[in-house]
Design a protein. Structure first.
Lengths: 323, 485
């Protein structure tokens, strides 16, 4: 029985051909219809393109508008606006010595794609103060190294700003002691595969809700097993995190008189807090306000701050800095 | 391997293509050999060690079948061999499923008489998936030969394929040799219409499992895990949702099994016929897990005398089959209570002579909508059946009784919030559409997309797949509820 004879006899079953043909046609038409439905109901997220600028800072490509969508059935839907400086904000950043300004630097919590850009923490602070301009330098995935590098790279701008608040998630943001731009991630995001994913909204949506995870898991099973064994090291200790912090501060000195760390004291180690106090680093705690709040402070399906959480963070900053 | 897994998405088309290539050469042995190998791979990917149990059950009943037939041709009934089959299969079940239960029950009983003993006899045993299903299937083979309903097969390969046929191996439908074995021993030819029906059933089954059952699962789990803090309104919601979950889960599995078998040119028996549209408890049992309820009817209820004995004995027989049926589901008193509750609900229907009243018709038989009386009947039956599920779903009897107590005492109204924060209204709309659609197809459970217009059919397929995408939640455990039985 040769391969040719098998294929020949199989192919010449007209009913079988009919079945495969119909399945293929239906599949194509259904996929097209699903693509249309996903687009019509805007279930897909729109990730704004990223790049690394001439100063080595990873940011978004300026002047881009879009919608951030979380979860299946559009559980969270919000609009973002990338300004001229490459950050999600309702305003342009034009620091000067004549105005009163506050800069908030942080990761996705400050970037605020999970809220409408015109209802951000910065906007909430501006609404509660007089004449203050708030610049939100938020970028998903940033850690302290990224944040301090930004301060250093744009030192001319930050010199003009009156207050600088750095959002710090202890210990995740202290995992490294030196800054190195993540060119691999940018390359990956600009790869053809990712570009195709971004173009095909059905694929983007399915990938975002985890529908394609079983396929990924099946393909990456072996690699994951290796990763798990590699990561099977002891958790880093406070000493190491504090050492990383010290090295970063030494590499990128900060102006302690106008810089504060924004953090949740409940989730931060006492050793680190004592270390900050000893070194004269100001700390703004929003954890106590979160603890007292009777309403939830985070989105339930996504642990970013909800409107109530953002209000409380804004209040904490205003009260602490006496704005 | 789960029906709703990527592995199955690769496995099924591969086996399908190979199967029909082999069929081209008119070699039934190779075709059945392929199905048997595929079935063992399907099961072995979960745990290959338990394949030996299937093989043991297959070997025993194969030889028992031949021996009973031989004895019968010599004028003997072959009872001894029948008992051998029953003893072997029940022992398998008894050891893997009920051993620890009996040990614990014994310890509790001794304690009741004031003799506390520290049990060291319980064993850490994994329950082999599908054991309750395939042991019942092999036993039915020997019983059918004993009752002279069928003749034994001399072909071991055919018999092994009948026992291990992968679409129905782990959760049924529990097939009878008279239906399935006959198809396995005969040549199958590819029929386009049958394959299309199979694909439609698979799609509908996936919808019931991935959208209805898996969509509801987080709420049911949350309510039953925190029932001691929930108001009655949430408990009613939880147990009602569980009714839909278990139906979507199990009937979804059966649809995929029946649909898959159709792709291989084999017709399995129906397992569900819209039990939510039953007008009394007796009708419910004619529509729910049909392959199991008819098993008990044929091999236990009727041999005990069924309803052709005195009223008292008939009631005894009803109690026996419901209690045994409850116990079949699991080694826990909750299942026995669940069975007992159904016996109590069934007996009045039986005494009023209404147990076969709706056997051959459906609700709103000749009309578009049910009458007010029928709506009342549907609601009452759904309520009774749903109430019984408190026992079915609870971890222990204590949990069940506390749940029931709270149902009648905690009347403070509080809107229930989805544990993941999802909109509740989405699920209510989903269930309403599902119930209405099932009502529309209530006459034919094997034809879920019965639309004349190909455009409407296409829209229905698209919407079903779209809803799978809409309600997909990657945090949900995707295994089937009936795997634990």
């Amino acid at each position: 029985m040769t391969t040719e004879s098998i294929v020949h006899s199989f192919i010449f079953s007209s009913d079988m051909i009919k079945l495969f043909l119909k399945i293929s046609i239906y599949l194509i038409l259904i996929l097209l219809s699903l693509e249309l439905l996903i687009r019509a109901f805007h279930l897909y997220p729109e990730d704004s393109p990223r790049f690394i600028d001439e100063m080595g800072v990873e940011k978004r490509i300026p002047n881009y508008r879009g919608y951030s969508v979380t979860g299946n059935r559009r559980q969270n839907f919000s609009e973002y606006h990338i300004n001229n400086q490459g950050f999600n904000s309702y305003r342009e950043f034009t620091p000067s010595y004549t105005k009163q300004e506050l800069a908030i630097i942080g990761d996705s919590y400050i970037q605020g794609f999970h809220q409408n850009y015109y209802n951000s923490i910065g906007k909430k602070i501006e609404n509660r103060t007089n004449g203050l301009e708030v610049y939100e330098y938020g970028y998903a995935g940033w850690d302290l190294a990224d944040q301090l590098h930004l301060l250093h790279a744009y030192s001319d701008d930050f010199d003009k700003i009156d207050h600088i608040v750095i959002y710090l998630k202890y210990p995740m943001d202290l995992g490294r002691a030196t800054y190195k731009p993540n060119t691999t991630r940018i390359k990956q995001l600009n790869s053809t595969l990712f570009k195709i994913r971004n173009k095909i909204k059905l694929l983007y949506y399915a990938s975002q809700i985890g529908f394609l995870d079983p396929v990924k898991n099946l393909l990456l099973e072996k690699q994951d097993a290796k990763k798990i064994s590699d990561n099977n090291q002891e958790a880093l200790s406070d000493t190491l995190y504090i050492a990383n912090f010290n090295q970063l501060i030494a590499s990128y000195p900060i102006n302690k008189s106008k810089t504060s760390l924004l953090l949740d004291k409940r989730k931060t180690s006492i050793e680190f807090l004592n270390h900050c106090e000893k070194n004269g680093i100001d700390v703004i705690d929003f954890g106590s306000k979160f603890e007292k709040s009777k309403k939830p402070v985070t989105l339930i399906y996504d642990m970013h701050w909800n409107n109530n959480g953002r209000n409380l963070v804004a209040k904490s900053i205003i009260e602490h800095l006496g704005l | 391997m789960l029906f709703n897994s990527v592995e199955y998405l690769i496995f099924l088309p591969l086996v399908f293509i190979l199967y029909w290539i082999v069929a081209k050469f008119n070699n039934l042995k190779v075709q059945n050999g392929l199905i048997l190998t595929a079935s063992y791979i399907f099961y072995g990917l979960w745990d290959w060690r338990f394949l030996f149990l299937i093989l043991a059950s297959t070997i025993v009943d194969y030889f028992v079948g031949l021996a009973i037939h031989k004895k019968q041709s010599q004028g003997d009934k072959g009872k001894l061999f029948l008992w051998l089959s029953i003893l072997f299969n029940v022992s398998l079940l008894g050891f893997f499923k009920y051993y620890n239960f009996f040990v614990d029950a014994f310890v509790d009983m001794v304690l009741l008489f004031g003799y506390p003993i520290k049990s060291t006899w319980t064993l850490s045993i994994i329950l082999p998936v599908g054991i309750s299903f395939y042991t019942f299937q092999t036993m039915s083979y020997s019983l059918d030969i004993y009752f002279k309903r069928i003749k034994p097969t001399h072909n071991f390969l055919d018999f092994a394929t009948f026992v291990a046929f992968f679409p129905q191996l782990v959760a049924g439908p529990i097939e009878r040799a008279s239906n399935l074995l006959g198809q396995i021993t005969n040549k199958r030819s590819f029929k386009y219409e049958q394959a299309v029906e199979g694909l439609k059933l698979i799609l509908w089954g996936l919808f019931k499992k991935m959208v209805i059952a898996d969509g509801i699962a987080p709420m049911v789990d949350d309510i039953f895990a925190n029932y001691d803090t929930m108001p009655a309104s949430s408990l009613v919601l939880g147990v009602s949702l569980f009714s839909f979950q278990v139906y979507g889960d199990f009937s979804g599995y059966s649809d995929i099994a029946i649909g898959t078998a159709k792709l291989f040119g084999i017709e399995l028996m129906s397992n569900f016929k819209f039990p939510n549209f039953s007008r009394n408890v007796a009708e419910y049992w004619q529509r729910w897990h049909i392959s199991l309820s008819t098993w008990f009817r044929h091999y236990l209820y009727i041999p005990l005398g069924g309803s052709r004995v005195s009223k008292i004995k008939s009631i005894r027989n009803i109690c026996i089959i419901f209690l045994v049926s409850g116990f079949w589901h699991g080694a826990n008193w909750t299942f026995i209570f669940w069975g007992g509750f159904h016996a109590l609900a069934y007996i009045p229907v039986f005494l009023m002579g209404r147990n076969t009243l709706y056997k051959n018709n459906v609700v709103a038989e000749n009309s578009l909508f049910p009458s007010l009386k029928e709506i009342g009947q549907l609601f009452a039956t759904f309520t009774i059946v749903t109430f019984s599920r408190i026992f079915f779903r609870s971890e222990s009897l204590t949990d069940s009784f506390v749940f029931i107590k709270r149902l009648f005492t905690e009347f403070n109204w509080e809107p229930y919030q989805h544990p993941m924060g999802y909109r509740m209204v989405d699920y209510f709309v989903l269930l309403a559409v599902f119930v209405l659609y099932e009502f529309r197809m209530r006459r034919d459970e094997r034809n879920p997309f019965k639309f004349k217009s190909p455009i409407v059919r296409f829209i229905a397929y698209t919407l079903v797949i779209f809803s799978i995408l809409l309600f997909y939640d990657d945090g949900v455990d995707r295994s089937f509820i009936y795997f634990q039985f």
